[in-house]
Design a protein around this ligand. Sequence first.
Ligand code: PEP
Ligand code: MG
Length: 752
Amino acid sequence: MKQDSSESALVKLTQIIQSAAKANTIEAQIQHIVDAISETLGVDVCSLYLKQRDESMRLVASHGLVRKHSVVIPAKQGLVGHVMQMQSVINIKEPDQHPEYYFVAQSKEERFHSYCGVPLVYRAQVYGVVVVQTRRPEILSSEYVALLSTLATHLATLLATYPKEVFPGRSKAKHYSGISGAQGVAIGRVYMRSLPRLADIQKLKATNIEVEYSRWQQVKSEALKQLQYERNTVKDSLGEGLASVLDAYQMLLQDVTFEQRITDEIAAGFQLPWAIKQSVGFFSDQFKAMDDPYLRERHEDIQQLGAKLYQIWQASADADMPEGSEPLILVGDQISVSDIVNLTTERLAGIVCFAGGSLSHIAVFANALGIPAVMGVGEVPVLNGDQVVVDGDAGQIVCSPGPSTLREYKRTLSDRRTLETRLQADSQLPAVTTDGVRITLLANSGLQADVLPGLKYGAEGIGLFRTEVPFMIRSSLPSEDDQEIIYRNLIRHYKDKPVYFRTLDIGADKPLSYLPVVKEDNPALGWRGIRYTLDNLPLLITQLRAILIAAAGNEQVHLMLPMIASTEQLDACLAVLNEVHQQLLDEGMTVCLPKIGIMVEVPSCIALLPFWRNKLDFISIGTNDLSQYLLALDRNSPLVGKWYDPLHPSVLHELRRIVTTSKALSLPVSVCGEMASDPIAVVLLLGMGIQQLSMSAAKIPLIKWIVREIAQAEAQALLMDVLQLDNATAIRQKGQQFLASKQLLFNESAPR
Ligand code: PEP
Ligand code: MG
């Protein structure tokens, strides 16, 4: 064994992982790693075993072991199985003396007299074991064990990103995981969108700058024409709300800085495609660097616009649409809205984007159209015409599914269709429990794109309008007039129905790009919501003015304050509201005060509710943040996400306390967090006495179905039962049992 200093070896090993990541195939990556480990540590053998679906361990790469045939160690056997099960290191001499030793015939393993096995663990999941062996009987030094453990962590992270088919022996169907963009399941043939890659454009000198300028003008005007056509098509089929999303592209194209960058590059002597690439790259990087997840994803819009411009320049042809009548799944690096609009076919069944996330515009469109979508799956090796399953519920796709997988998904699809037809038929019926309790179901909204789908799904109003969203999709602060138009539009669509406007919930992790950003160590505990707007009064005042003006003559408008945590904050807001009201009256307008309430989402406000009885008309429980703060768990962190469950008993007890308090105070209470669309949670909330829920519009039919099938008394009884339990897992199980007993368990879990 080499006596390398562990520090330099660590640097080397990190480099190995990084350089292996660049190898062309996964097999080459793995072999590269085991070779390099044995060289760096100076050991005779380095082997990598990967866990199979049946828990057996398959040797997938080795430096030093003879492999005449494939080596699989049965589940829970051998030192490898032991390391895996115990999730701890085994570092011993003479491994064949160990009681767990498993002899692999013809591997010539008996020549080696030392053994050190380290588990590969990533996010609590064991992926495999890396083993080093030497001919001499020796124990690996503690520095080297530490080094190997560090390496194992890197290796596990790398393995976790591999598609499942690289694990030999697992299902042949290729599963790729991404993010759910829109729920639902679709089976169809791949229709590849081969958008030209901006990245491939070369830096070419122009021969005639004037020609490039005039090409730019032509390309730009053609792009504007196409965008306008697409806008009209979307407007006709989906309404103005969704069509306005396309305005972002037009605005970008007409942005003076965008134009300036392009003409500067041309002036510097380059061809138009290069100028487009540079300009797009500049703006895209700016968006990518933003902290806010919504704004960060806007870089896609810029890249799509760039691709469109380049496509026009190049007039390139797309892949042929697969023939026949099978449903189509649009697959591509980034699907653009134009791809959907230009697909004049009823065959569109699903969408798969290599890039993007749940906040991409395309995901918003897919939701509005009710088309299952999976985003961010990475570059998937599929070809035009391949069969693919899009599982929008699980956020995964299955390429070339085997017969049993296909059968299962077809069954899921058919169950779903039956249910959806049933649910949609009931969508305009009131949500009344079997013992006669009327439950009001409202929609959460933010983008104008959500507005019309809400009505289609039977929303009885907007229970939460996240006013920060229209601010976030713009490049400058909307004026009082701009805001008034947005708010008036919403009120108009929901005529005679309640609309709850929440004042800006920005700051911290939701900064507005055009306002100064302050970096904080704990953004969720920092300058956000009302804490931010009270420190930036002009913002709050302008917004309140716009809401009051838009709400004139409408008694159904409610105003909701986010993140209220103290009496001082509440009083300060009420004072501003009264001032704004008086100001508008003084200006001669006939405005009235809307109903005023708070989001109950910071736990410190719960004990203060009785003190605020005469100041509030209602409260709405924001269970997303309330759970985050009660459980001290970042709601957006994938690392701790598995612990985040609003059915945690402490959250349920606290919710019950809020509802009991508000009932005693005769203070109307509703729930507007995601919990309001979780079937089990809904039963428990009904059991507590909640009679108003606000959720993503698409979930309304499902929740309405559940409400109409149960009695509030049953919900109360279930609540009493689960309040005796001390963990969320048991509570979920009880809830599942209840729903199953009422035949309300719609099988959303598709086959894996
Ligand atoms: C909540 O916190 O539950 C809520 C509805 O608000 P948001 O998700 O916008 O923070
Ligand atoms: Mg919140």
